[in-house]
Each structure stands twice: as C-alpha cells, then as structure tokens.
Write a protein that binds this ligand. Sequence first.
Ligand SMILES: CC(C)(COP(=O)(O)OP(=O)(O)OC[C@H]1O[C@@H](n2cnc3c(N)ncnc32)[C@H](O[C@H]2O[C@H](COP(=O)(O)OP(=O)(O)OP(=O)(O)O)[C@@H](O)[C@H]2O)[C@@H]1O)[C@@H](O)C(=O)NCCC(=O)NCCS
Ligand SMILES: Nc1ncnc2[nH]cnc12
Length: 292
Amino acid sequence: MTALQVKHTQLSLAECLADLAVEVLIDEADLSPKPGLVDRRGNGAHDDLHLGLMHSSALSLWPAFKEMAEAACEHGEVNQALRETLGRIGREGEVEMLRVTGGVNTHRGAIWALGLLCAAAALDDQALDAGQVTLRAARIAMLDDRALPVTTESHGQQVCRTFGLPGAREQAQLGFPAIIQHGLPQLLRSRSERAGEQNARLDALLAIMSQLTDTCVLYRAGLSGLDCMQGGARAVIEAGGCVSLEGRRLLRDLDNDMLRLRASPGGAADLLAATLFLDRLAPALHAPIGSV
Ligand SMILES: CC(C)(COP(=O)(O)OP(=O)(O)OC[C@H]1O[C@@H](n2cnc3c(N)ncnc32)[C@H](O[C@H]2O[C@H](COP(=O)(O)OP(=O)(O)OP(=O)(O)O)[C@@H](O)[C@H]2O)[C@@H]1O)[C@@H](O)C(=O)NCCC(=O)NCCS
Ligand SMILES: Nc1ncnc2[nH]cnc12
C-alpha cells in the first residue's frame, strides 16, 4: 500500500470535505492577478491583509468545516436543529479566524458559503452534482437561525437595506446563482477553449464579478463602484477573457479602477472558492483508492 492509499482510506468524509474547503481557499488567495484582491502580487485594495494572513486564516477554518460536515452526517437531513448547529459552529469559526488574523475579517463570507456547501455535500455523498449540492445548501440557508445574537448591523445588512439589493444570505438562499449560472459554466468554457487553468479560474472570477451585488464593494464604493466592477469584469470576458491580449489589458484597467476606489470584491472571491469546491467535489470524494 502506498502513502497516498493510506491517506485516502484514513480520512473521514468530513475530513475530506474540510481538506477540500481549505484547499480551494488557498487556491483562490494564490490566484493572480485578481482585481482589487489580495494575491501573489500584493495586498490589493487592503491595508490590513496580505497573502500569508489569507493562508493562515484558511488553515484555521479546517476544524469548523469538518465539524459542519460532521453535524450534517449526524442530523442526516435538512432541519432546524442542523441549521442552528451550523450557525453556532460558523460563529465559533469566525472567532477563531479573528484570533488568528488579529481581528481582520478575512473569510466571513467563505465560512458561510463553504460551510453550507460542506454540510450539503455531507448530507448525501451520492448526489454531488453542483445543482444538487447547492439546492440542499439553499434549503439549509432558508431556515432562520434563532440563536443568532442580536448585534449591530453588519456591513452587508447596512448596504442591502440602503440599496435594496441582495447580499450573501440571499445568494445562498437562491442556490448560489452566481456560481451555477456564471462561475462554473465560465470555468468549464474557458478550460474547453484551452485558456489554461489559471486563466480559466480568473475568467470564472470575472464572470461572477460581472453579475454579483458584492456587499464589500457596495460598502466601500457605493453603486458607482459596483457598476465599475460589473462593467469592467464583463468587458474582459467580452474581449475574449484573460487569455487574450485585449482581455489582459482590460483586466489591468479594472485592477487600477478597483485600487483607486479602494474596492475589494471579497464576496466574489469567496464564490470563486466555492465554484472550485463544487468543480472538484465528486472527483475528490469518489476518486478510486490510490488515485488521490
Ligand atoms: C449570513 C452571513 C453571510 C452574514 O451576512 P451579512 O451580509 O449580514 O454580513 P457581512 O458581515 O457583511 O458578511 C457577508 C460576507 O459575505 C461576502 N459577500 C459579500 N457580498 C456577497 C454576495 N453578494 N454573495 C456572497 N457573498 C458575499 C463577504 O465576505 C468576503 O469579504 C470579506 C472581506 O470584506 P472587507 O470589505 O474587506 O471587510 P470588512 O471588515 O467587512 O469591511 P471593511 O471595513 O474592510 O470595508 C471577507 O470576509 C470575505 O469572506 C462579506 O463580508 C453569515 O456570515 C452569518 O450569518 N454568519 C453567522 C454564523 C453562521 O451562520 N455561519 C455560517 C454557518 S454555515
Ligand atoms: N483574495 C482576497 N482578497 C481580499 N479579500 C478576500 N476575501 C476572500 N478572498 C479575498
């Protein structure tokens, strides 16, 4: 038996899912050049973030993702008790993230999206198609977390109320349309056009940015910032994506615009990580022994 076989046979379903969630967060952080976001080149539109912190934050979330998947296995169905258990684990994960980053919000949206997807995948590991998993995640997200502490309004709540637009909560409740209708199809399309894996991931991010009402961008740069993000991302895709010369030029322009506006599409970045999670889910869990 090889070392790889040992690894595969020893990991539980919840551990495999937590491994995958952390892996896609690290891949998202490393992907470069991303407009306005932390990547291998630098801090993007952030004064308080850097790549090392994104990595530490991602690694700190492994126990939370594992516990969320285990909770789903134990409950065995979508119900109120599961929703509230996930909420408690998610809040504990946020506390650990803030401890590791010294108080910087690196992955709040990712805990939400990937936590729901880990739980949804664990509920039925024989139905791992992206549509099936996001539907189960949406059914969990539709349930109210009655244990949610009453705190001051989050940035997301503030801008959703001000502009009357949907945020992270609604994205999940609708079954992650930004992933299912935009991110994942673009990832597959760019791959099939032989754009190269890094360009295909960048194109998937841009496809998400071209549609998403990202509350991080709305909070920092208002509606004009959101228009700039969506229009700029659409222009890159329409020019032929990141593999094309014109697409690359427009990507650089978009990055400059986002930096000038101090706007960082953190919500879109989380949804790219979630896109990569769904893309790898079935192969990661069903790989024949010895092939992982
Ligand atoms: C339901 C919750 C998601 C809370 O949502 P809400 O909108 O009320 O709260 P926010 O604190 O604003 O967090 C939402 C985060 O989701 C990401 N996001 C933004 N827009 C969207 C969207 N349209 N669709 C999906 N996801 C979206 C985003 O996260 C990323 O950005 C963060 C960094 O942002 P940044 O602007 O740099 O940092 P801030 O400190 O906020 O502001 P500045 O001062 O710097 O400007 C980073 O976290 C990325 O991950 C939003 O931040 C859910 O979180 C919740 O209820 N949690 C409670 C516990 C729970 O149930 N957990 C999950 C169990 S499965
Ligand atoms: N790469 C990144 N840069 C800034 N904020 C983020 N939130 C999630 N991923 C991010």
